[in-house]
Design a protein around this ligand. Structure first.
Ligand code: ADP
Length: 752
């Protein structure tokens, strides 16, 4: 019971210490006869004034009645009396006096009056009153204290128990008073040994009047456990005799729980500290001394714990710059929170590590500490640099792209666009920002140059279908330049995790020139087709109509030759022969021309044709020529192709005839074969003939183009032109590779 005081120990000053004794005397008629000078000095009155009952005028009115009654009562009985009353001083103030009267008897035993002393007990009286008040207050405190206070007598009997015993233990004062063992019973079994030891120790040190303390648990009446701080002290009387014990039990359950949770949180903090991915440094805020450092920081810096511990921060190389710059350390000391986003620090090996440095100042055990969290941002920085680089590359690309790029939000508003987009769409970048597809300023056109419906705008198509669009042609009437630009648009949706449109990316290139060129080309092609058709028509009509007069010339020349046969001289006969030969050649030429002009006029559909059969048919047709020339012809890998059989037959016929024909004196060796790619067949006809000079590789396919005169090699110069026409009808190509005197290979392709 710390707050309890041993009242009897309080020193009370004796009245004699502070004032001389006042003396008085009375006679047997109860009247006062004598007062000594200290009395008269004290009251400030004369002996004459005080004599008899005059002195009673100095008694405080409140005390007078009791005082006189006591005095007269004692007088009648001739007994010793003690009176306490207030007596007026010279300065009119009252002072508590203790008046003791002793009855006086003469030698014969007759009562003669009283002699008495009167002492100033003002201080004693006040002290007693104060003590009384203090005791009441203490009781009040004890009664209303949250602590469970009690006093025990010498034999451990309760003298006082505060009502809080019930709040703390659940048992009432009465229960303690009736069950002397209750106090021991409520001690938790696990703490009983502790309590016994405490009591023993207390017993052995009782004389030392020490206060002893103990933490133990009690089991409350409701079975719950409370933690109690028990403190007790012995109580002694004025003569230092042990009279009992005063005890205070303070319920510390909440504190204990708090402490336990604090311990748990300290443990948690420690674990965090040890396992944190950030380096953590604890500094004494005043001295700058390193008080703790976690393993991550040790690893990061390369210094050992011993090298870091108990050093001042500026002694450690890594923080030299930071600490050397005193302003910075002051900043750490003074500001509650300091953050450096990118601070270069040096490891023990001299390597620079970029760190994010955050410091907090707080008070821990009455000591200001700075906690510094240090995060290695080297790799983050690397990523940031790479990101910035890629961002700038991306910017550069966007700004210099020859294609327009526009990002739309899901509501079609333009989020971002590149300069080319603004240029192609004919508005400024500012006008682009945020513009919606419903904006009436847009004037889009379909590929057919009609105004485009708003739902067909590329962005709306993508939002509606959630599908990309590819090679979509769109025109735009540009408001500023009042011209039309044609765009080839591609676009795709950017979907979120739920599959909803997040953004739409549209890119487009300028198609105006290509479109214009294409249109011009289409016109030229159409014109060309018309003039070709006209030409072919003309060639057909001409060659057809020439046949008849030629036949006339030819037959009449023959008739003339036969009729005049015997009358003609050699020269005339030779002339007629030349004329007939010319007519024959003209016939062949006209036939060839007729055939050439006919090709392509029939729009026969393409059917599967087995080229093995076609080639063997051609060889059969040519068997006499082959035999005469002692030619050897091989064929290999000839596929079935989609073709016009008659034309393919003509194609092989012409190429094989040429291969047999253009070989001078050699015996012809011809190879017919085919290779294949993913989309076409590539046929070849290879000979070992005279070969063709490279400057004629293209020219030989022009109609009537011949490299030799009729005396060297017969022919009309139409064969290869015919071949070219047939190949083109089959959407293929024809070309030659050749070396003079070694031979030629003619290639042509047929689409699969
Ligand atoms: P022609 O054979 O009736 O002259 P072509 O159109 O078939 O007409 O051939 C054109 C020219 O190409 C020929 O005159 C000839 O000079 C050359 N030529 C064609 N085939 C071959 C070949 N296999 N080897 C060498 N030259 C050839």
């Amino acid at each position: 019971m710390k707050s309890h005081r041993n009242f009897k120990d309080t020193p009370i000053p004796l009245s004699t210490d502070v004032t001389p004794i006042l003396l008085w005397q009375s006679d047997n008629s109860a009247l006062y006869t004598h007062f000594n000078p200290p009395w008269l000095n004290f009251t400030g009155r004369t002996l004459k004034q005080e004599k008899g009952n005059g002195w009673t005028k100095g008694i405080h009115p409140d005390d007078k009645q009791l005082c006189m009654a006591t005095y007269l009562h004692a007088f009648n009985l001739q007994q010793t009396f003690t009176l306490e009353f207030r007596l007026q001083r010279t300065d009119k103030s009252y002072c508590w006096m203790q008046n003791i009267g002793l009855p006086q008897f003469n030698g014969k035993g007759t009562f003669v009056g009283y002699k008495g002393t009167c002492v100033d007990i003002d201080i004693t009286k006040l002290a007693t009153a104060a003590l009384k008040e203090s005791e009441i207050k203490l009781r009040l405190v004890a009664d209303f204290s949250y602590d469970w206070e009690y006093c025990e007598g010498k034999n451990k009997e309760f003298i006082y128990i505060s009502p809080s015993c019930e709040k703390i233990s659940g048992y009432t004062i009465n229960e303690y008073l009736t069950d002397v063992l209750l106090m021991e019973k409520i001690v938790h079994p696990d703490d009983r040994v502790l309590m016994d030891e405490h009591l023993l120790r207390e017993h052995s040190t009782l004389s030392l009047s020490e206060t002893a303390e103990l933490n133990f648990r009690i089991i409350k009446k409701d079975g719950s456990i409370r933690h109690v701080l028990h403190s007790c002290a012995p109580v002694f009387d004025d003569h230092r005799n042990l009279v009992g014990r005063r005890v205070s039990n303070h319920d510390i359950t909440d504190r204990k729980l708090f402490e336990d949770s604090m311990n748990a949180s300290e443990l948690r903090y420690r674990r965090l500290f040890e396992s944190s991915m950030d380096g953590i440094l604890m500094l004494d805020a005043i001295t700058g001394k390193i008080t703790d450092v976690n393993p991550t920081l040790i690893k990061m810096l390369g210094f050992t714990q011993a090298e870091l511990f108990e050093k001042e921060i500026w002694e450690i190389g890594a923080f030299k710059d930071l600490a050397a710059n005193h302003v910075k350390f002051l900043e750490l000391q003074q500001k509650q929170f300091v953050r450096y986003e990118d601070l270069p620090i040096e490891t023990k090996s001299g390597r620079t590590v970029n760190v994010e440095f955050v410091s907090n100042v707080y008070v821990e055990n009455n000591r200001r500490v700075i906690q510094c969290n240090i995060r290695d941002i080297t790799s983050r920085k690397r990523v940031e640099v790479a990101l910035a680089k890629s961002e700038s590359r991306y910017r550069e690309l966007m700004n210099n792209l020859e294609a327009g790029v526009v990002f739309h939000a899901a509501d079609t508003s333009i989020l971002m666009s590149n300069p080319k987009a603004a240029e192609l769409l004919g508005i400024t970048a500012n006008q682009m920002d945020g513009r919606l597809s419903i904006d009436p300023q847009w004037q889009f056109l379909t590929a057919g140059s009609t105004p485009m419906n708003i739902e067909d705008y590329p962005v709306n198509q993508i939002i509606r279908t959630k599908l990309p669009i590819k090679d979509f042609i769109i025109g735009i009437n540009r408001p500023a330049t009042k011209d039309t630009v044609w765009l080839l648009v591609n676009g795709l949706p950017v979907l979120d995790k739920q599959g909803e449109i997040e953004e739409v990316l549209i890119s487009f290139i300028d198609l105006t020139e290509i479109k214009n060129a294409k249109e011009a080309l289409e016109k030229i092609t159409a014109d060309l087709q018309t003039s070709n058709a006209d030409l072919e028509n003309f060639a057909y009509i001409a060659s057809h109509d020439l046949q008849e007069p030629l036949r006339m010339v030819h037959s009449f020349l023959n008739l003339l030759e036969r009729k005049l046969k015997d009358h003609l001289d050699d020269t005339t006969r030779q002339y007629i022969h030349f004329a007939i030969d010319g007519a024959n050649r003209m016939k062949i030429l006209i036939n060839d021309l007729l055939q050439y002009s006919r090709i392509g006029s029939e729009k026969d559909e393409l059917l599967p044709v087995d080229t093995t059969l076609v080639v063997s048919n051609v060889l059969h047709t040519l068997h006499q020529l082959i035999a005469e020339n002692r030619a050897s012809i091989t064929t290999k890998d000839l596929p079935v192709v989609m073709a016009n059989k008659t034309l393919i037959n003509e194609l092989f016929l012409n190429l094989i005839i040429n291969a047999l024909k253009y070989c001078k004196a050699k015996e012809p060796t011809v190879e017919v074969g085919c290779t294949e790619t993913s989309d076409h067949y590539s046929f070849y006809v290879k000979d070992n003939g005279i070969g063709i000079s490279p400057e004629y590789f293209d020219k030989i396919f022009i109609i009537f183009k011949r490299l030799h005169n009729k005396d060297e090699y017969s022919g009309t110069g139409i064969g290869l032109a015919l071949c070219k026409k047939i190949v083109e009808i089959h959407k293929g190509k024809i070309w030659v590779e050749s070396e003079m005197d070694k031979g030629s290979t003619f290639y042509f392709t047929i689409r699969k």
